[in-house]
Ligand binder design. Sequence first.
Ligand SMILES: C[S@@+](CC[C@H](N)C(=O)[O-])C[C@H]1O[C@@H](n2cnc3c(N)ncnc32)[C@H](O)[C@@H]1O
Length: 216
Amino acid sequence: MLNFSNNNLNNEGRLRTVLDVGCGVASFGGYLLSSDIITMSLAPNDVHQNQIQFALERGIPAYLGILGTKRLPYPSRSFELAHCSRCRIDWLQRDGILLLELDRLLRPGGYFAYSSPEAYAQDEENLRIWKEMSDLVGRMCWRIASKRNQTVIWQKPLTNDCYKEREPGTRPPLCQSDADPDAVWGVNMEACITPYSDREYFSSHCYLLAFDFYCS
Ligand SMILES: C[S@@+](CC[C@H](N)C(=O)[O-])C[C@H]1O[C@@H](n2cnc3c(N)ncnc32)[C@H](O)[C@@H]1O
């Protein structure tokens, strides 16, 4: 759907880290493995019993987790693509807090692939949800990168420019400038947009050696 060159799913190595929320038995992560894409798949222990155990037995990275109230255990900008297929998460709840957590986790220009009845069904309720979600992601400065059949792929912005152009008072607000977007352990999610830092950390001048980062 994103028309990468040669139909190469990992986009010549530019798309390597994926987060699959509500993964079931992690079939999506399994599918992407052969394209050299690592997917972290997560789902809670609920009526879909033993789904994480099934995923692990298939050799697919997965862990028990839930998009609920605490941040997922990853610093901001960790993933190039987030995915939710029929995950039945109410993305509109609590001022869009769960969608804003995905936004925190996505890299600049990162994608959210969403496959759910709201993206295609024409009944009154699904149309209402689709309209409200479209309004919310529009205010978050996401744009539709592709939409086909039951799937929409949104892309978050590359810079802070769109955030700065929003009308004063637009919701969701930007997070406080002194908030640390990378603090995650036991930290509550917040219903705010994580803007990009002016600081260029993890630039191309940094490299990993013996588990330490060195920057020139
Ligand atoms: C119908 S299954 C879909 C599984 C898989 N995505 C697929 O398309 O085959 C719904 C999945 O969403 C998960 N789920 C529901 N609420 C969730 C939440 N708040 N956070 C993470 N996963 C959730 C369920 O545990 C289940 O794995």
